[in-house]
Design a binder for this molecule. Structure first.
Ligand SMILES: Nc1ncnc2c1ncn2[C@@H]1O[C@H](COP(=O)(O)OP(=O)(O)O)[C@@H](O)[C@H]1O
Ligand SMILES: [Mg+2]
Length: 342
């Protein structure tokens, strides 16, 4: 839990719920906290009423991470974002031959990188918002076309090129991001320039997307080969879009399960969620997010999260709860799936 990404705190919230709900009769739990600098710590976990913040006060540094990991039977990487959800920690566990919960290296890295997610989804025939792809290189920008040819341009030229292909409002995102960090909505050229400069602080790869006026809906998948797909849930952002603040701080953002959409659309979304998971070669779990366009009912896939938020009020467990899988059982199933992957 924790991790070196901008989502360190979110991970701790998920981990806290998971720690409290793992069956203590069944599992001996060795919590590992990775701090923002990348130091690994262990700490005592006594009972399910312990508060993570308190537990962390007793933490001890883990000097030899590999040795520590080698004593474990299975790892549950409750990490979001860079160095956690992107295939790196998964690669370490592969090397050590330790079973772990969730997606393997490839699916994790594809799911983490918005550009490469789009390329795979496109190949799978899944409809998505139109987008442009650029890179930042020192003070210059590189426009990358669909054949991956690169053209170095000034910001003004890049922006003009983008405006020829997509219209406002646009969404500007660092390719590697999560929890909406680094993402902005732009309604004119000035905002677009600002949003590109801002996004480039988080990643040198930037994606600019056609904004869609839509309901935001999410669907959870569970399994390795045989996939269980949940019902569809809806997120109702209290703000103009589902920003970091709207996700975690604004109490007026709400979720609705099931989503207020027709059965026909819900079925299509469930089918696409499974297809998306298969397309990235997902394992274990993922939450697949979609837009349903307001006036047309058109479905656009937005992204796949290979380690979705996992507090007991998070969308992923809530969706399965609606389908009759309790939070505790979900954890057991995920751990079983980790062993089944091998
Ligand atoms: N093309 C788009 N049209 C409309 N809203 C969008 C679009 N892309 C992103 N958003 C808004 O921004 C939020 C965060 O974008 P998302 O791609 O899901 O990034 P993250 O991985 O950080 O969750 C979405 O939940 C949605 O509210
Ligand atoms: Mg999202």
């Amino acid at each position: 839990m924790g991790g070196m990404s901008t989502e360190n705190e979110i991970s701790l919230k998920s981990a806290n719920s998971i720690l409290c709900n793992l069956d203590r009769e069944k599992y001996e739990i060795y919590p590992i906290y990775i701090d923002r600098k990348g130091n690994w710590w262990n700490f005592k976990f006594k009972n399910e009423n312990d508060i993570l913040e308190e537990m962390l006060k007793t933490k001890n540094i883990i000097k030899n991470q590999i040795e520590y990991l080698n004593n474990l039977d299975v790892v549950f990487p409750i990490l979001h974002g860079k160095y956690g959800e992107d295939g790196t920690i998964q690669g370490l566990l592969e090397l050590l031959k330790i079973p772990y919960v969730g997606c393997n290296v490839l699916a994790s890295s594809v799911g983490m990188d918005k550009i490469y997610t789009k390329i795979i989804f496109n190949q799978a025939g899944l409809k998505q918002a139109k987008y442009e792809y650029i890179k930042k290189n020192k003070d210059k920008y590189i426009y990358i076309d669909k054949n991956f040819s690169e053209t170095e341009l000034e910001l003004k030229e890049i922006v003009n090129k983008i405006c020829k292909n997509i219209t406002f409002p646009m969404f500007v995102k660092p390719s590697n991001s999560g929890s909406s960090i680094g993402i902005n909505r732009a309604i004119d050229i000035k905002e677009l320039e600002k949003a590109i400069i801002y996004a480039s602080q988080f990643d040198n790869k930037i994606i600019i997307e056609q904004g869609i006026e839509a309901k935001e809906v999410e669907c959870a998948v569970l399994g390795n080969d045989k996939i269980l797909v949940s019902c569809v849930g809806e997120v109702k952002s209290a703000e103009e879009f589902y920003s970091y603040n709207a996700k975690y701080d604004n109490k007026e953002s709400v979720t609705e399960i099931p989503a207020n959409i027709s059965n026909d659309i819900a079925e299509k979304i469930r089918k696409q969620a499974k297809q998306a998971f298969k397309a990235i070669d997902g394992k274990g779990l993922s939450r697949v997010d979609f837009f349903v366009e307001k006036h047309t009912g058109e479905i656009y896939i937005n992204e796949i999260n290979t380690m979705p938020g996992f507090t007991n009020i998070s969308m992923y467990p809530k969706l399965f709860e609606k389908n009759g899988v309790k939070y505790k059982d979900l954890l057991d199933r995920l751990i079983d799936l980790a062993f089944e992957k091998l």
